[in-house]
Design a protein around this ligand. Structure first.
Ligand SMILES: NC(=O)c1ccc[n+]([C@@H]2O[C@H](COP(=O)([O-])OP(=O)(O)OC[C@H]3O[C@@H](n4cnc5c(N)ncnc54)[C@H](O)[C@@H]3O)[C@@H](O)[C@H]2O)c1
Length: 375
């Protein structure tokens, strides 16, 4: 296997040293293909009201997952109203942890196993969407052990071969792009390390991007999740090109979700970057600026499609030990009863140094050209 800068989710950076024999031996083994995958996305103000009809056509009983804060807010109320209008039976789980852990994932998995759900519906930011993906994955294969699908080396990294239930993700932050990705991230408490589960089957069946939901987004959450968008975009543009990845998979099913940068992921990432750089400040500091918040919601989705197929690298890789080692830190605007370092904050801490490094290594591919990106 190629040596990775992070044992977690990230594609390795261009500077890695791999010993795969002579140049021609390497060429025979390197990847020659990439594949684009994405959830169906529905975008529009107020479009969440359609979700009852989607659920009705997908199955009978719906597992709605959210967190305790969002359970009191309009995004969840709109979803539940739509289910009731369309007479769709559901059960609500509101214990998703902000910054999930293996324990909080397990709690959600146990809830999902307690009933025979036909459809999963996540209403929230990355924490809720990732919790819902894990609940769907493990409840669809009750005999799986928790570490079976967790990324190696923490877990066994087994490929998912069973079918999961349809999952609709209504995203309420801008954001992680989790509504487009086959990834679920969590803290593995026994090792104080953040890791994840990555498989195309985790990708939501439908991502609902409804900018109405950003009206209640607090300033710090808008800032940290907005920074996450920027870093997703830049990291996916500057990670290892797919053709340099070793070894070429023996079976297309084994081609990883994070394949390295490629011409299509570059388009999404660059477009996300253009939008985010224009609107991020307005979206953070003026919650009434619906144009800016709506554009950031789109940018987060675009960046998700980019990094969901290319991967991230150093900022995200290094964010995991940073957030995994949290002791007392709490951030205002994050509803929580436990210390946490918001994901976007843990990512951006290393960003200035990382992009100075990638800029000098690959000036053409780093925004800002041959000079370091100003973060
Ligand atoms: N799966 C992926 O592809 C992926 C990608 C990046 C990050 N992540 C993970 O996502 C998590 C971070 O997610 P996030 O940044 O979206 O935030 P979050 O889901 O952790 O939510 C942060 C806070 O904002 C609140 N909130 C969310 N939406 C709101 C709204 N519309 N109005 C009011 N309050 C709202 C939540 O209740 C919570 O208190 C991290 O665990 C990170 O590792 C996953």
């Amino acid at each position: 296997m190629p040596r990775r800068l992070s044992p977690l989710l990230c594609a390795s950076a261009k500077q890695q040293v791999i010993n795969y024999g002579t140049k021609s031996e390497q060429q025979a083994q390197t990847e020659y293909a990439f594949e684009m995958a994405c959830s169906n996305i529905r975008f529009g103000e107020g479009v969440t009201r359609e979700v009852g009809m989607d659920c009705k056509s997908l199955g009978h009983k719906v597992c709605v997952m959210t967190d305790r804060n969002l359970a009191k807010l309009p995004p969840v109320q709109t979803v539940l109203e739509s289910l009731e209008v369309h007479k769709v039976p559901y059960k609500l789980y509101d214990r998703s942890r902000v910054e999930p852990t293996n324990e909080s994932f397990q709690d959600a998995i146990d809830f999902a196993k307690s009933e025979d759900f036909d459809v999963f519906l996540a209403v929230g930011g990355g924490s809720v969407m990732d919790t819902c993906k894990a609940a769907n994955l493990y409840s669809s294969n009750p005999s799986a052990g928790f570490l079976d699908y967790v990324n190696a080396p923490i877990g066994k990294g087994l490929p998912v071969t069973h079918t999961v239930k349809p999952l609709i993700a209504v995203t309420t932050t801008a954001g992680t792009g989790s509504e487009t990705t086959g990834v679920a991230v969590f803290d593995y408490l026994p090792m104080k390390a953040k890791t994840g589960i990555a498989s195309r089957v985790l990708r939501p069946t439908l991502g609902i991007v409804d900018p109405d939901h950003l009206r209640t987004l607090p300033e710090r959450v808008a800032a940290y999740s907005g920074i996450d968008v920027l870093c997703h975009a830049i990291e996916s543009m500057t990670c290892v090109p797919y053709k340099e990845r070793l070894p070429r998979p023996e079976n297309p099913n084994l081609r990883p979700a994070y394949q390295g940068c490629n011409p299509i992921s570059d388009i999404w990432a660059k477009h996300a970057l253009t939008i985010a750089s224009k609107y991020i400040k307005r979206a953070v500091f003026d919650p009434e600026d619906s144009e800016a918040r709506s554009q950031m919601h789109l940018a987060s989705c675009y960046a998700g499609i980019g990094f969901g197929n290319a991967g991230c690298h150093l900022c995200h890789g290094m964010s995991y030990p940073i957030s995994g080692l949290v002791r007392n830190f709490k951030s205002s605007d994050y509803s929580q009863d436990h210390p946490l370092i918001p994901h976007g904050l843990s990512v951006v801490i290393s960003a200035p140094a990382v992009f100075s490094f990638t800029a000098s290594a690959c000036p053409r591919e780093t925004p800002g050209g041959s000079t370091a990106l100003r973060c």
